[in-house]
Structure formats: structure tokens, C-alpha cells
Design a protein around this ligand. Structure first.
Ligand SMILES: [Fe+2]
Length: 387
């Protein structure tokens, strides 16, 4: 066990059908700044945009980011194995398979990304603002350890907004010590859905003000078909700490296990899994996350973990240089892609105070800038290779 090596969840990477539409949603509606525009380190034909969070006075700097890769062609599936190694990514982009590009939820995919606001008024303000922008919102629900609302990004990925309070410690003295049953009024079938749906903020909110601006990650949630197997993997092998075993509030018979990456249980350090026994496997595509990244302090820690994972039998990718971080990929027992990464350094190729304002390309691609910019602006669907 080496609980303190992994410091938290640092990023989640989603697949979008149209990156400009995603940018408009995050920038104009959610109020998050772009911190990098680039192309995928495996294949320059895949545009990437990364969003960060504003800094607020008196709060510690948070480095979490949300990244979108565009998988644009509407008639082509993403490669089944995902973008794990460069050769497979290039082959998948050059020889796309005809089919539905939409991701399908299931075991081995993400379920949602939860962002964080200080309090419940913030949730109601988001509900009002999003509804006024034509975005459907459900909640606010009492999740026993926080309150939360839910929305979807333009491709259908679920985004949650959650509060810090009351936290994980109010129903057991030793976190993760046993299964905590949830009160009936929090569970599907037991809660007053009409009252939940009716509650909102009374005034419109044309601007995102500091009191309800999104602060960073609260937690990320994925789907497991075998909660015990997932627990064994993340606790015994990866080295996280189990902090809560409880009911999945939205499906009878499901479980919800929470893991933390640090002792403080700070927002952003929490990773959770819905346990849905026998749930069908999902498929990568638009509206789902490609992978999430757990962060280690530096390259030495990353190399140590790469060696340790291999030694204990976890299949790992090579250590890759994404220009902004070094990382390697692995899969959880349901096949979900996870990354271990060094912290992102987005100021290596543009000024820290002007992040995200230009398309950044690795040096070796500068000669192809014009072609890449044209490709991003006017991307035709790739042509399938005929048999
Ligand atoms: Fe959640």
C-alpha cells in the first residue's frame, strides 16, 4: 500500500462530436476558461481543448482540468481499444469503422464528473442559470454527503455540480468501516421528486459570479460490474483508500463505493464507483469519458509507479510524453481506461496569463500548422478503407 503517492484526480478527458460546440457550452454557459488548445499527442488530426478553473482569492490553487478530444465523423465509431498507444490511435483515425459514434454507458465507462460549488444556494443558482440557457437540470438531490444537481454536456455526458457540505464523516467515525444504509427519503422511490423538480433560484443569473462559480472537481464516478473486484483493484493494487460503502441512490440494489487519494478528503481527491452487478459493458464514444487521470508528484514517482504496476501484474502502456505531462495508461478490472500522470504544465509553450488563446503545436508539427488549422476548421469525414 502506498496511499500517499497518488495525490488526487487531476483530469478527465471526454469525447465530443464537435469541439466548438463544447467550447461554447463550457465558456459561455459554465464560465470555465480554456487553458489549452492543441492536437492529440498520438495523432494531429484529433483536436483537443482543455478547460480549467478560475482562481479565487484566499483559496489554494487547483490544477484540475477537463479535456475534450473531438471524434467528429458522425458515421464512424471510435476505435474499440481507445487511444492507448500511438500506432493503434493513428490506425483507428486513418481507418475508421462505420457505425454509431455515440458512446454507450456500461461497465467499464465513466458515469459522470462532479464539479464543486461551496453551498446549496450555488446549486440553485446553477439550476436557474442552466434552465434559462435551455439546459435540462435534475435535482437538487440530497446525496447524504453532499447536495447535487445534474446536467448533460452537448454530447450527453453527465456533469454533476455538488456541494462540499456536509461531507463524508457525519455517519461513521472511521470512514469506510462498514456499509452505510441510506435513509429512505434519499433513495429513488422514497424522495419527493415533484418538490425536487420545483425548487430553483427565484431570479435569473445572467453572469456567473464568484459565489457560485465552479471551483474544481468534487468527485468522478464510473461503473463497475463487480464492486468487490473493483475495491480490491483500487485499494490493494493502485493504493487508494476506501472511505465509504453505501447504496446507489438512483437504482435499487446498486452500491456506491467512494475512494480517496489523500488523507484530507479534499474535493478533487475522490473517485467513486457505482456497483451494478452484471451490468453490460459500455463502449467508448461521444458523450462519454475516454479516461481519467490520477496525479503523482513528479516523473520519478511516475517511473516508480510504472515499475510497481508492471511488477504486480497490471498491464500498462508505455510512459508517454503529452507535451504538458508524462503519463501511462492502464485499465480497471471492467476495462475502463485510467491514467497516472505528472502535473500538467500548460505554460511550457504559452504565457501563463494568456493560456488557451492560440493553437499550440509540438515543435515537430509547426511546419504543418497551416494544414492542421485548415483540418480543424474544415474537417471532412475520414474515408473508410474498402476491403
Ligand atoms: Fe456523483
Amino acid at each position: 500500500m502506498n496511499q500517499m503517492v497518488i495525490r488526487g484526480v487531476s483530469s478527465q478527458t471526454f469525447v465530443a462530436a464537435n469541439i466548438k460546440r463544447t467550447e461554447d457550452f463550457y465558456g459561455r454557459v459554465l464560465g470555465l476558461p480554456v487553458v489549452k488548445r492543441t492536437v492529440h499527442h498520438h495523432d494531429a488530426r484529433l483536436p483537443i481543448v482543455t478547460f480549467g478553473f478560475q482562481l479565487f482569492q484566499g483559496e489554494p490553487q487547483r490544477g484540475e482540468t477537463i479535456t475534450y478530444i473531438e471524434w467528429n465523423p458522425i458515421f464512424y465509431m471510435m476505435p474499440d481499444r481507445g487511444f492507448v498507444e500511438q500506432a493503434a490511435t493513428r490506425d483507428g483515425v486513418a481507418n475508421p469503422r462505420v457505425g454509431d459514434p455515440k458512446g454507450r454507458w456500461g461497465a467499464g465507462t465513466n458515469h459522470h464528473l462532479a464539479l464543486h460549488v461551496p453551498n446549496r444556494d450555488g446549486l440553485l443558482k446553477w439550476k436557474r442559470r442552466l434552465s434559462d440557457h435551455g439546459v435540462h437540470v435534475t435535482g437538487p438531490y440530497n446525496r447524504h454527503y453532499f447536495h447535487a444537481i445534474y446536467l448533460r454536456d452537448p454530447d450527453g455526458a453527465i456533469i454533476e455540480i455538488a456541494t462540499t457540505e456536509p461531507g463524508f464523516g457525519h455517519d461513521e467515525t472511521v470512514l469506510g468501516s462498514g456499509f452505510r444504509r441510506q435513509p429512505k427519503e434519499n433513495l429513488i422511490g422514497g424522495r419527493d421528486e415533484l418538490q425536487v423538480a420545483a425548487e430553483t433560484w427565484p431570479q435569473p443569473l445572467p453572469l456567473v459570479t464568484a459565489d457560485f462559480a465552479l471551483r474544481g472537481f468534487h468527485h468522478i464516478t464510473s461503473i463497475s460490474s463487480d464492486a468487490e473486484r473493483t475495491e480490491n483493484f483500487f485499494v490493494e493494487k493502485v493504493g487508494l483508500r476506501l472511505i465509504k460503502k453505501t447504496d446507489y441512490l438512483d437504482e435499487k440494489g446498486g452500491t456506491h463505493f467512494y475512494y480517496a487519494c489523500d488523507e484530507e478528503l479534499s474535493p478533487g481527491s475522490v473517485l467513486t464507483f457505482f456497483g451494478l452487478p452484471g451490468y453490460k459493458s459500455g463502449r467508448l464514444g461521444t458523450g462519454l469519458s475516454h479516461h481519467f487521470a490520477l496525479e503523482v508528484e513528479n516523473e520519478a514517482a511516475l517511473a516508480d509507479e510504472h515499475a510497481r504496476f508492471k511488477k504486480i501484474g497490471i498491464e500498462v502502456s508505455s510512459v508517454q510524453d503529452t507535451v504538458y505531462a508524462r503519463q501511462f495508461l492502464f485499465r480497471d478490472p471492467d476495462g475502463h481506461i485510467c491514467a497516472l500522470s505528472t502535473p500538467n504544465r500548460f505554460s511550457v509553450d504559452e504565457d501563463a496569463s494568456h493560456l488557451g488563446q492560440k493553437l499550440c503545436l509540438p515543435e515537430q508539427l509547426e511546419g504543418e500548422r497551416r494544414e492542421i488549422e485548415r483540418h480543424i476548421a474544415y474537417r471532412p469525414a475520414p474515408v473508410p478503407v474498402l476491403p
